[in-house]
Design a protein. Structure first.
Length: 810
RNA sequence: GCGGAUGUGGCGGAACUGGUAGACGCGCUGGAUUUAGGAUCCAGUGAGCUUUGCUCGUGGAGGUUCGAGUCCUCUCAUCCGCACCA
């Protein structure tokens, strides 16, 4: 008997795989392709359990797909620009590059310790010049094609990181990195025109492969499509008109006032016209002093100010008052609304507070009268709506009213989206410099391609007090205009790191190309990614941005793909002590200890076994003992099997074992295909228990069953626990397990000759008895009569399901 | 408020097209072994009862069915995302 020395074996196999370059992928192989991608990590320094889960799941897929004959591409790299490196530099004085690269090295060692296979020749890192050169190149392509632009806009400003943030990075008014309060600032910033793709990003979700429902729904929500009408409200005694958007044109006759946002661009004109200037000015300044978050959450009580002006309801020709109120958002729709208090609760609250008329124009089908206490926001029959009375809201009436608006040249049908353009400027050091130059004569000019990359300058002081840290480097800032050659200045902002990660999966296909960002031929052959695996936290941000990038590059004729990721698997989060594991919260569980005490294979098995991979789980290491025990037992069992004396004949125990083995092949394969790794692991534990039973009762084994047991158990285990399965396989067959194929089911040997018949009376189980498979109803009835004295005639009817149950009813 | 999901033993979780609820594992109880602890092995482990057996039991209430964790209607709770989005 030999011992299962997991540390020794794991080390041995990891170096074997590295030496034979097992993870290497030849893109031109004749085998069918399979692009298996795990989200590349931010190099925080140590792997945490979320990484372990991600890369274990990914490696199960890689190894399984290889065994069933695919040419698997499984690359790995680093999302290596970003705030923490810079913050550490400020704190410790270590250069962000050194800091980041040290951490990458450490994490890479740990990933290798987990036993996962990657094609390390394709490793990319976002912070390297070879990579960010091409990020800049792609940015310039977007800029040259009106997909990147700079404009003044109210933006989210993190008071602690001292940088602007994208909408997607603001969580309940706080910075998603540091939790500090986010305020609004008006700044000149860079945007990518993701909103041009709103409709395609939305409709694409219907044609995409297998994506989790919750991720699709989060993206749908975020894009936020609303269908309705847009029309103009004429301000009486003036030449201004205000454009409004509504999803409820069917309630237009109920409009009794109009509201515009305090930030509205017509505010200056309104101020000029109004006799209520003092109050308006006060209101606007008090609204602007509040953060957007405050305005939305601190008080639900609506406030506003009357302009004293009137607009005309275009369908009734009535004059109605125009108000200013901050419950109307400048960023959505047109920044102005038609207010229908009878059928919108917010307008209702506002009208009640300021004593504005409330008019009912939709009848609640479930209630007589009805808007005395609250607005009726549902659909129903139109009333008080002139010749539209009697129509049904919402579709019919809306389309009729839109038709009327269109014919009268007042408005038209309109669709709006909540998705806004992606703000990518960051006032930080450790990021990709924006490769644009400001020239007094030529304006904003892209750097010449041959001058890329625009290198991140060396600076001493990373703190961004006022502008960007890059503005402190004069040699960086002062350049000659790429167009006219006159003195000019560089942009000093860096890009959001999500720009880097929006195309890394394309760079992997040709990571060392010094001529182009990627090789179109490879992209067109290998994209979309067949299986993308990562955490739900990227449901909106990264997954939406990457989809946009691919579509934009397609429209620039650079690639011929519509979507980056065909199938997405999003693993649940692993929490510890109630919250997400993170260094700042100090609730990290370090995998290193488990590598030493239980082994990488036991850790992999446990993390797969603990829950369905899409579920979030609370980390609890109680069960890891179980998977370790399983591996020790399996080691001993298979060694015992291999040492059993071989004979030619088979007994019934061996036939049973053979059948069980086939059932296991069938079950593990099905579970693997459906990402049900927890049950696949339990199948492996069950076959191990069967082997234990066999050994207990038998001292010899047929050579055929011996071989198929050893071989198939190792192969089935291999994707989950690659080290131990490789070792056992090599000891018995003297070849590498990776040169073999995934086992297939022998259909002759998958069904047991007998089954346990369940005997029910009135649907309740009364007896169970072993019966031969295939017996007919009369034979079973005879069996039940003999054993349980059940007489068919005494019952009203008998229900029989072959090879399953018999139920006596009556 | 809107959208998505999830509710099964002490715990993590199984259960294919409706057909033995609780697989597999953790924990726990008893026993064997051990100087002791650990490890290992054997047996037991949903609850209740009048214990050769019976009754109840998958968040709750109804319904369909010979038969429901699974299908239908209503309802409650938890988690996640978005949220004054017109």
């Amino acid at each position: 008997m030999s011992d299962y020395k997991f540390s020794e074996f794991e080390k041995k196999w990891q170096s074997n795989w590295a030496n034979s370059n097992l993870g290497k992928c030849d893109l031109n192989s004749q085998k069918p392709k399979f692009y298996n991608l795990c989200m590349y990590p931010y190099p925080s320094g140590d792997l945490h359990m979320g990484h372990i889960r991600n890369y274990t799941i990914g490696d199960v897929i890689t190894r399984y797909k290889k065994l069933i004959g695919y040419n698997v591409l499984s690359p790995m790299g680093w999302d290596s620009f970003g705030l923490p490196a810079e913050n550490a530099a400020i704190k410790t004085g270590i250069h962000p590059k050194k800091f980041t690269e040290d951490r990458m090295k450490n994490m890479k060692d740990q990933i290798i310790r987990l036993g996962s296979l990657y094609d390390w020749d394709r490793e990319v890192a976002a912070h390297t010049e070879e990579y960010y050169k091409w990020t800049q190149y792609l940015f310039i392509q977007l800029f040259n094609n009106d997909l990147a632009y700079k404009k003044d806009a109210p933006v989210n400003w993190c008071t602690s990181c001292k940088t602007v943030l994208a909408n997607e990075q603001v969580i309940e008014g706080n910075c998603d990195r540091c939790d500090a309060i986010v305020t609004q600032k008006n700044l000149n910033q860079w945007f990518l025109s993701i909103s041009k793709y709103s409709e395609e990003l939305l409709s694409g979700l219907n044609d995409i492969g297998d994506w989790p429902e919750n991720v699709k729904s989060m993206q749908k929500n975020w894009i936020g499509k609303s269908v309705g009408a847009q029309f103009n409200l004429e301000v009486i005694d003036s030449d201004i008109s205000i454009e409004v958007f509504t999803t409820r044109p069917d309630t237009l006759f109920g409009m009794t006032f109009a509201v515009i946002s305090p930030e509205h661009k017509l505010m200056k004109n309104i101020l000029d016209l109004s006799k209520n200037q003092e109050n308006i000015k006060n209101y606007i300044s008090s609204a602007s002093s509040k953060s957007e978050f405050e305005r939305m959450s601190i008080t639900k009580e609506k406030t506003g100010v009357d302009t004293g002006l009137f607009v005309i309801n275009p369908l009734t020709n009535e004059s109605i008052p125009l108000w200013i109120a901050d419950y109307v958002l400048i960023n959505y729709g047109t920044g102005a609304i038609m207010a229908v208090p009878g059928h919108d609760q917010r307008d209702y609250d506002f009208a009640k507070k300021y004593n504005i008329e409330i008019k009912q124009v939709i009848k609640d089908p479930n209630k007589e009268g009805g808007i005395e206490l609250e607005a009726y926001t549902g659909h129903g029959e139109l009333v008080n709506s002139d010749n539209f009375d009697g129509l049904n809201s919402h579709e019919e009436a809306s389309s009729q009213i839109i038709k009327k608006l269109t014919e009268s040249n007042i408005g038209s049908a309109k669709t709006t989206y909540r998705l806004r353009d992606w703000l990518i400027s960051r006032q930080r050091y450790w990021g990709c410099p924006i490769p644009l130059v400001n020239c007094n004569k030529c304006g904003l000019v892209a750097e010449n391609i041959e001058n890329l990359p625009v290198k991140l300058p060396e600076i001493d002081d990373y703190l961004n007090t006022d502008g960007s840290p890059l503005s402190k480097s004069e040699s960086f800032v002062n350049v000659n205009c790429p167009e006219c050659g006159n003195p000019a200045t560089r942009e000093t902002d860096t890009m959001d790191t999500f720009v880097d990660s929006s195309w890394y999966f394309m760079r992997y296909l040709d990571p060392k190309n010094s001529e182009k960002p990627f090789n179109e031929e490879h992209i067109n052959n290998w994209l979309p990614v067949d299986q993308y695996i990562g955490g739900v936290e990227h449901a909106i941000l990264h997954l939406l941005y990457s989809r946009f990038f691919v579509k934009a590059l397609r429209d620039l004729d650079m690639v011929k793909v519509n979507e980056p990721f065909e199938n997405l698997f999003s693993q649940g989060m692993i929490n510890f002590k109630g919250s997400k594991m993170s260094k700042s919260k100090g609730n990290i569980v370090d995998p290193e200890g488990y590598f030493k005490s239980h082994g990488a294979d036991a850790l992999r098995l446990y993390i797969l076994f603990m829950a369905p991979p899409s579920d979030g789980v609370e980390w609890n290491d109680g069960g890891i003992e179980g998977t370790r025990r399983f591996l020790f037992k399996l080691w001993d069992n298979l060694e015992t099997i291999s040492e059993l004396e071989e004979i030619d004949s088979k007994n019934s125990d061996e036939e049973k074992l053979e059948i069980y083995l086939n059932q296991t092949i069938d079950s593990v394969t099905k579970h693997l295909e459906k990402f049900e790794f927890n049950t696949a692991v339990s199948d492996l534990m069950k076959i191990n228990n069967q082997i234990t039973d066999y050994i207990k009762n038998n001292k010899v084994i047929s050579s055929e069953v011996k071989k198929s047991t050893l071989q198939n158990v190792c192969l089935l285990l291999n994707p989950f626990a690659p080290h131990i399965s490789s070792e056992i396989f090599q000891r018995n067959f003297n070849t590498e397990i990776t040169e073999h194929n995934w086992p297939s089911v022998n259909k002759e040997k998958i069904k047991n000759p007998t089954y346990e018949l369940v005997v029910q009376v009135n649907g309740k189980k009364k007896h169970a008895i072993e019966a031969s498979r295939g017996l007919q109803q009369t034979e079973i009835e005879q069996l039940c009569f003999e054993n349980f004295k059940l007489v068919v005639k005494e019952y009203k009817k008998v229900i029989f399901v072959q090879d399953k149950i018999i139920n006596y009813v009556g």
